[in-house]
Design a protein around this ligand. Structure first.
Ligand SMILES: Cc1ncc(COP(=O)(O)O)c(C=O)c1O
Length: 390
């Protein structure tokens, strides 16, 4: 059989450029990586113990496909207390990380031929999921508005794409890759336009606990009916490899998303679900410890990059800075990131896969020593470029 006999939507998607670039530079044994969105903290010990306890108790059977009742109840309480979510246990599904939650949600909400608005710079997974589902991704560049989607941009995008039916919008708040956090007012300003245009809202709030000196708000507060929230423990509890996430949504929609989820994965691993109950019932302060460290690193990087005349939108959350490559370098993001890796053994993510070829994404979920290595490399590169210009 020929490859071209496969699903063209699958053929149209390339493997994650982020993972590929990370893999490419990992061949260098000296490489210092500030590439992936991977917390450098261990899973809190009380959660590890809960997982071991679960294994010993032989909690090894198929859980109910929505997730075990105690976990959905714990998620209902935890996120209500943290962010004011108003979802009962029967409006929550436990997924294999936020990624599977996003995937099931795209499949359930959109029909082939629909279109979805994706404000850029954006996490590239949304675009891939749109294409896989034969949905047209309409990229809305928000760089002129501080990487925050405005109602005017939504209206303009709809008017200039009358050939398709725009069914939804993705909001990532706090944002990967920019670290931007929407203010309460910025979200409230979007509400009338989103409501008027009857858009589904996929609200990716996976970094909700990682904000620095500002609060996280959820669009679900204003628009509970069309909003589907994606969240999980990958970032807040440093549990990326454990693969546990949550989808929150109105009753009439969540059951449909649950069906898709059931036929893709059945349910997350039983042991992880029991450990996640511990995270959500006794781990309310786990993220606070990490937040403090991330904030210090962010402050260090902000200052150091500013001293190097690099510009970026104010990073108020997540653990990224999305910095512009100085125009004098005349390099796109891949060329710049490759040079940094090759000549200085420091890895950062090119901005192109996020929608901006003039920027790089620096992850500060990495040690202080690694951050210092980055700053030294950027300073050295800066000097080398200045000498070359003379
Ligand atoms: C914005 C955003 N959403 C979702 C995810 C995926 O999270 P998970 O590991 O829970 O699948 C990530 C991971 O980097 C992310 O940055």
């Amino acid at each position: 059989m020929e490859e071209n006999q496969l699903n063209p939507d699958v053929l149209a998607v390339t493997p994650s450029a982020l993972r590929q670039f990370d893999h490419e530079i990992s061949a260098d044994p000296q490489i210092v990586k500030l590439t992936l969105g991977e917390p450098d903290f261990n899973v809190p010990e009380h959660i590890q113990i809960a997982a071991i306890r679960s294994i010993k108790a032989n909690q090894s059977h198929y859980p109910y496909y929505w997730g075990i009742q105690t976990l959905r109840e714990a998620a209902s309480t935890y996120y209500r207390d943290k962010f004011g979510y108003r979802y009962s246990a029967d409006q929550i599904i436990c997924t294999v990380g936020a990624t599977e939650g996003l995937s099931a949600t795209f499949k359930a909400l959109f029909h082939a031929g629909d279109a979805v608005l994706i404000p850029t710079p954006a996490y590239p997974v949304y675009q891939a999921l749109a294409i896989l589902n034969h949905v047209t991704p309409i990229l809305v560049d928000t760089t002129e508005t501080g990487c925050v989607l405005t109602p005017q941009q939504v209206t303009a995008a709809i008017k200039s794409h009358l050939e398709v039916t725009i069914k939804g919008v993705v909001i990532t708040d706090p944002s990967n890759p920019t670290g931007v956090v929407y203010t309460e007012q910025q979200l409230a300003d979007l509400v009338p336009t989103l409501r008027e245009n009857q858009l589904w809202i996929i609200s990716d709030e996976i970094y909700g606990e990682l904000t620095y000196g500002v609060a996280h708000y959820s669009l679900s507060r204003w628009l509970p009916d069309p909003t589907i929230i994606i969240n999980g423990l990958s970032k807040s509890h440093a549990m990326t490899g454990w693969r546990i996430g949550f989808v929150f949504g109105p009753s009439n929609v969540i059951g449909q998303i649950a069906k898709v989820h059931q036929f893709m994965v059945t349910t997350p691993t039983s042991i992880v679900q029991y450990a996640a109950v511990e995270a959500l019932t006794n781990g309310q302060n786990d993220a606070a410890v990490m937040r403090k460290v991330y904030q210090k690193r962010r402050d260090y990087l902000k200052k150091a990059l500013t001293e190097l005349n690099m510009t970026f939108v104010a990073p108020m959350g997540a653990f990224y800075i999305f910095a512009k490559i100085p125009t004098a370098y005349h390099q796109d993001s891949f060329a710049f990131a490759r040079q940094l890796a090759r000549d200085y053994h420091v890895g950062v993510m090119p901005g192109t896969p996020f929608g901006d070829p003039t920027a790089i994404r620096i992850s500060y979920a990495s040690s202080d020593e690694n951050l210092r290595a980055l700053v030294a490399a950027l300073a050295s590169l800066n000097r080398a470029k200045r000498v070359a210009e003379r």
